[in-house]
Each structure stands twice: as C-alpha cells, then as structure tokens.
Design a binder for this molecule. Structure first.
Ligand code: MG
Ligand code: MG
Length: 260
C-alpha cells in the first residue's frame, strides 16, 4: 500500500526532515579526530529532543541508538560505540526523527580531517548520484528511472552499488512502500505520482558490491574491506521537479569550501 500525502502532510514532513537536517549539522560541527561515535550520538539525541521530536532509529527493531554511524568499510547501520574517529576516516551519519506523526530520514558521509582524493571521489560520486536520482523522481517517471540514474552514474565511474539495502517510501512510518533500489532499468517499475514521498539513498562501494553483516546483527560492511559511501534525501514527488524535504544546506554551510 502506497500512501499519497496531502500538501499539508508534506509540509509536516518538511518540518521533520528539517529537524533531521539540522541534527546532522550539529553532528557535523563535532566531527573531528578523537570524538567517539557515541558522543556524536548523544549530541544528535539531545538536539532532536530539544526540538520536540523523537529519534526514530532508537529502539527500531531493537536498534540501540539515535544515529547509524558507519565508518570506512561499514556501509550502513553502524552502531555508535567508543570508537574514536581518526584522521582520514570517512563516516556516514544516518538520522531519523519524528514529529507531528511524520518521519524524516537523511544521511551524509563526512570526511574526518584530511581524506585521500580517491575516497573523496567516491563520496562526491555517491552524492552526485543521489541528485541524479532525484532529477528523475518526478510525476510520470518510473522507479526504474530513478534507480538506473543512480546505478549508471556510479558504475560508469568504477564503483559498485549495494543491492541488499534500498531506499523506501516514508510518512507516518519510517519505512513504507515502495522499495527504492539503487539499481534498475529505465522505464521499469512503479509509476511515480505526485504526493508520494520516498527516501532515496545510494549506498555505493569503492570496491566490490558484496556486503556482510557483523554478529551484532546490524553492522553492514564491505566484504573486501574497501570504503563505502551513503547519502540520503527524503523527497516528495511532484510534477516537473521533486521537492527535497531534507537538506544538506546546514551541513555544507559548516563545511564551507571543504564540502565534497
Ligand atoms: Mg536513513
Ligand atoms: Mg532511509
């Protein structure tokens, strides 16, 4: 069942997603060598609650924290820990928050200090692919058009697309139908319609696409140990152009010229 949102509901979803966007910016301010991923998690939880919202990952299927913090070869669902970030790491921070009954969901991959050009290129390409997907996320296009745009942009540059994890519809629940894969064929799949709201989230590996899950049941890492990147926006389907409800603006104001 795909729930179409009214204009009023989309505005409520913008509020949730803007809280997520500002939470990621608060985390961004604190990313530096020496900070632990649990410290980042605490900053996010406090900020979300101070803004009258609820962290949605916390307790979701038993997930223990507010953020998914995924370092280097961890693709997604990293559990915050006492690990202290170090110079040269890349860290994806995925955040969800709910307020007024609607969810926001967004993710950004950050560099810790100086990161190799090779890894920066992976991050840049992954973020670009997100926007390539969003360009196709308009009324009348098909889900396969979004998926293909992401996949082709990344594969043409020698990266691989994770298959096991996908984007999703979002609304009153964090995960709604449809699934939004980051690989697919043009012209295939569900026809997109104004009022659908989806989270588009390319998870892209520098090496091979294969992943494995740690014994904690959450942490998804690349089998070959090479780094991965993950960027996510929540977008409302509209005629002509998608409406991006989340935002990287607050983050990138902080990063300034260092934005990837
Ligand atoms: Mg997310
Ligand atoms: Mg998501």
């Amino acid at each position: 069942m795909i729930y179409l949102k009214t204009d009023e509901e989309i505005e409520l979803m913008r509020i949730s997603n803007q809280i997520v966007a500002k939470t990621l910016a608060e985390v961004c301010k604190n990313i530096r060598p020496g900070v632990t991923t649990l410290q980042l998690d605490a900053i996010a939880e406090t900020f979300i609650r101070d803004n009258g919202a609820t962290p949605t990952f916390l307790g979701y299927n038993g997930f223990p924290n507010t953020l998914c913090v995924s370092v280097n070869d961890v693709v997604v669902h990293g559990i915050p820990s006492n690990y202290a970030l170090k110079e040269g790491d890349v860290v994806s921070v995925d955040c969800g928050a709910e307020v007024n009954g609607f969810h926001g969901d967004s993710c950004y991959t950050f560099c810790v200090g100086e990161v190799s050009e090779e890894v920066k290129a992976l991050l840049r390409t992954t973020k670009e692919s997100l926007y390539k997907g969003i360009e196709k996320a308009v009324d009348g296009m098909r889900l396969g058009d979004v998926s293909f745009a992401i996949q082709s942009h990344c594969e043409e540059r020698g990266y691989s697309v994770v298959r096991e994890m996908v984007g999703h519809g979002i609304g009153r629940a964090m995960h709604e139908e449809p699934e939004v894969p980051n690989y697919g064929r043009r012209g295939n799949g569900l026809k997109l319609k104004s009022g659908m709201v989806i989270a588009i989230e390319p998870m892209i590996n520098m090496g091979k696409r294969n992943i494995r899950i740690d014994r904690d049941g959450w942490t998804a890492r690349t089998v070959d140990g090479m780094p991965a990147a993950h960027f996510e926006h929540t977008v409302a389907i509209r005629k002509g152009q998608a409406d991006i409800l989340s935002s990287f603006e607050y983050i990138e104001q902080i990063l300034g010229i260092n934005a990837i």
